[in-house]
Design a binder for this molecule. Structure first.
Ligand SMILES: [Zn+2]
Length: 357
């Protein structure tokens, strides 16, 4: 089943396809621009164009490479993006490849659409190491190979893994002649300067309204958004997308996290929290992602409470909010490690449960 096609971006498509035709595409690229405009989809399109056996401006869409590329099964087009940390700090390249195989299967099932990465997801060093390793292989079926690294600012270079970080910088600096690396980022300012200086940057723009409408009218998109199959997307939805329709995906999930955070704060102020009945009983990576979203929502709500408390000159409530913000930040730092959401939720509950004043 092919993923949803790339909508819009015609000018940049022509520009980069022209570079491919002249064999002048930089080997390491950065596509940057607002979140939700299809930068990773664009990177996959460019990868498809590079691997396509045709020579037209667009990928031909019918050759073996094209068919594999749009099904996300092309062995020479590899897509990496933030993932929850694998339990073992020393995840092997095989663990990483298995994890991405699962993640890609999930994305294929959703027609290539996905919600923004949650706070605890990153491109951890084991993944970087895997990319470096795979870059040395000969292409499996095409003449070239392409690596797409989405949300590249979420690359975690530390953990005493200088060797992996240096090997990756060397790869960016001078990829093998048959290899193209495409990074994407909505926050290019957060990229390591050593990464930024080694890539040719291209700005991807928000989509004009006609492209947003075309994207939203795609039946696969309406299915994933859970809005049936409207031939004509509502004006509200088009306005909400504001040129970046990807932001609509997963918005329902973020609403759920906000609801959970509100409920938890209300319970905390009323007395000890019964966390056992909460969603954190769920196991696995879904709970971890949801927990990270709840922590983000708690931060937003507590800052709001703090502002309100200051406005009405209520020092006890302001102090409680400030302590809550600290506790949430500590929980976020620990959530980036391998601490279980249940454990974190319990200690957060104790911190928030202390009465104000
Ligand atoms: Zn083709």
């Amino acid at each position: 089943m092919p993923i949803v096609p790339l909508y819009g971006h015609q000018v940049l498509r022509r520009r980069l396809a022209d570079a491919v035709a002249r064999d002048a595409l930089p080997p390491s690229l950065l596509l940057h621009g607002p979140r939700g405009i299809g930068k990773q989809r664009f990177a996959l399109w460019l990868g498809q164009r590079l691997l396509c056996s045709g020579t037209g401006e667009r990928p031909c869409g019918v050759c073996t490479s094209c068919r594999y590329a749009v099904a996300l099964t092309h062995p020479d087009l590899r897509w990496f993006f933030p993932r929850p940390r694998l339990g073992d700090a020393d995840a092997t390249p095989q663990d990483i490849r298995d994890d991405y195989a699962d993640a890609i299967a999930d994305r294929v099932a959703a027609s290539g659409l996905y919600a923004p990465a949650s706070g605890s997801e990153a491109i951890f060093v084991a993944t970087v190491r895997t990319v470096v390793q795979m870059s040395a292989y000969t292409p499996a079926i095409a003449k070239r190979k392409v690596f797409v690294l989405g949300d590249a600012e979420r690359m975690v270079p530390q953990e005493g893994a200088d060797a992996a970080a240096n090997a990756f910088l060397k790869l960016l600096e001078e990829p093998p002649v048959d290899t193209t690396i495409i990074l994407t980022s909505s926050e290019p300012g957060a990229l390591l300067p050593t990464v930024r200086s080694r890539v040719a940057a291209f700005r991807v723009s928000a989509l004009p309204e006609a492209d947003v409408r075309a994207f939203l009218a795609d039946p696969a998109v309406s299915t994933v958004l859970g809005v049936g199959a409207p031939a004509t997307p509502s004006d509200d939805r088009v306005r909400l997308a504001a040129g970046a329709p990807g932001v609509l995906i997963g918005a329902a999930g973020r609403g759920e996290a906000l609801g959970a955070a509100r409920e938890l704060l209300a319970a905390a102020r009323a007395g000890p929290i019964d966390w056992s009945r909460s969603a954190f009983k769920l196991g696995g990576t879904k709970a971890r992602g949801f927990f990270a979203d709840v922590l983000d929502a708690l931060t937003v709500l507590l800052h709001q409470r703090l502002r309100e408390a200051v406005t009405r000159a209520d020092p006890a409530a302001a102090d409680w909010s400030a302590r809550g913000i600290d506790a949430v930040e500590r929980a976020k730092a620990r959530a980036a490690g391998n601490v279980s959401p249940q454990l974190l939720a319990a200690s957060l509950a104790r911190a928030l449960g202390e009465p104000p004043g």
